[in-house]
Unconditional design. Structure first.
Ligand code: UT7
Length: 330
């Protein structure tokens, strides 16, 4: 028995925010953003109108339709996000209710940019253990409402966008499979990309000072994160290939987390792969964190980058640090 990706899809809000729109909000330029990141535009929700579980449900419906599965036939939901609707409870249960599922378990995981990679391994192991047969895995974020859209926050504000993507995973007798996954973390770097507040030591979680000094916004040491990303992603791909007695030539398409086009270029360069083997759509959506992999996977498939039977690797690196890769026979 293998684990088959029987459905996939994504949803992004309609509201497109270009680099020129950001130029009007704070001190940045279209040229800087394109040169340093490759991003041309991203989607931001209209605040107070929608939340991350709504984006999730919209993406889930597309994946369910493709898999031809009704929500009441799902038996597990795994929701990966760093921007859940509320801090209590997790978002999986809200998705479970909004989709009209039975009282199935709903798990929230929070591995930030690596959330979908971690979730895919978890779903695969649940299916192969025989515990669950039809799993909905979602990666979704609303980043826009959590960014500091002023001069002080400009380094991060230009990078992120809102969106959601979903997979349906089922047990399968055909050749489709999540063949293997390798996951890593190294928590000594957790402050290189983090948000200090809300904080469990602060009474009420958020202090007035946290708001005044900007601790409610994410902070990143961009160069350190960049350096680790371009090292760890090629390394985990090579680790996965070696463990499965494969070479990079056996892989039809690598689908990396979309953090920065320069990072994607470096991954291709370090693996000595042409750019058409390493997918990028960051110019359209920016970094949607837990959602980049299913969004990129769906668009790559729609563009004919891979077909039934091909080998694909999904790979990510992000806050934690966490990183990892999945080897997929589609
Ligand atoms: O998904 C999670 C993982 N995240 C990542 O992998 C992101 C990794 N890091 C990066 O992608 C890059 O480090 C950034 C895109 C964040 C930054 O690019 P960089 O080439 O490392 O730039 P930098 O931070 O070294 O900044 C260069 C200059 C600075 O000015 P000075 O000190 O040289 O005068 C910044 O103040 O660019 C300035 N700058 C900006 N200028 C215009 C920083 N942000 C902006 C901005 N617009 N938005």
């Amino acid at each position: 028995m293998g684990t088959k990706i029987s459905g996939f899809g994504f949803y992004v809000p309609e509201n497109t925010v270009t680099n020129f729109d950001l130029e009007k909000k704070f001190d940045t330029s279209n040229e800087w953003i394109i040169e340093r990141t490759g991003i041309q535009e991203r989607r931001f929700i209209t605040p107070n109108e929608t939340n991350t579980s709504d984006l999730s449900v919209n993406a889930a419906k597309k994946a369910l339709e493709m898999a031809n599965i009704a929500p009441e036939n799902l038996d597990l939901i795994i929701s990966a996000t760093l921007s859940a609707d509320h801090s209590i409870p997790g978002m999986g249960v809200i998705i479970q209710d909004k989709l009209g599922c039975k009282d199935i378990p709903a798990i929230d995981i929070r591995q930030q940019c690596s959330g979908f990679i971690y979730g895919l391994d978890l779903a695969d192991l649940y299916i192969k253990s025989g515990r669950y047969k039809k799993i909905l895995l979602i990666g979704a974020e609303i980043q826009s409402t959590g960014l500091n859209l002023t001069d002080e926050g400009r380094d991060l504000a230009v990078l992120f966008g809102d969106g959601a993507g979903a997979f349906i995973l089922e047990n399968s007798k055909d050749t489709s499979d999540i063949i293997d996954s390798i996951l890593h973390s190294d928590g000594k770097y957790y402050k290189e990309l983090w948000k200090e507040s809300p904080n469990s030591t602060h009474k009420g979680r958020v202090l007035v000072e946290d708001i005044q000094n900007g601790n409610i916004y994410p902070k990143m040491n961009g160069r350190t994160v960049f350096k680790h990303a371009v090292t760890k992603m090629p390394a985990v791909i090579l680790e996965l290939l070696k463990r499965n007695n494969l070479t990079k030539e056996d892989i039809t398409q690598i689908i990396p987390h979309q953090a920065n086009f320069r990072i994607t270029q470096m991954v291709a360069k370090r693996l000595r792969l042409p750019m058409d083997k390493v997918y990028s759509n960051i110019h359209k959506y920016g970094n949607t964190t837990a959602a980049t992999i299913p969004i990129a996977f769906t668009e790559a498939y729609n563009e004919g980058k891979f077909k039934k039977g091909d080998l694909i690797i999904t790979v990510s690196f992000g806050s934690g640090f966490t990183w990892g890769a999945n080897l997929i026979k589609f």
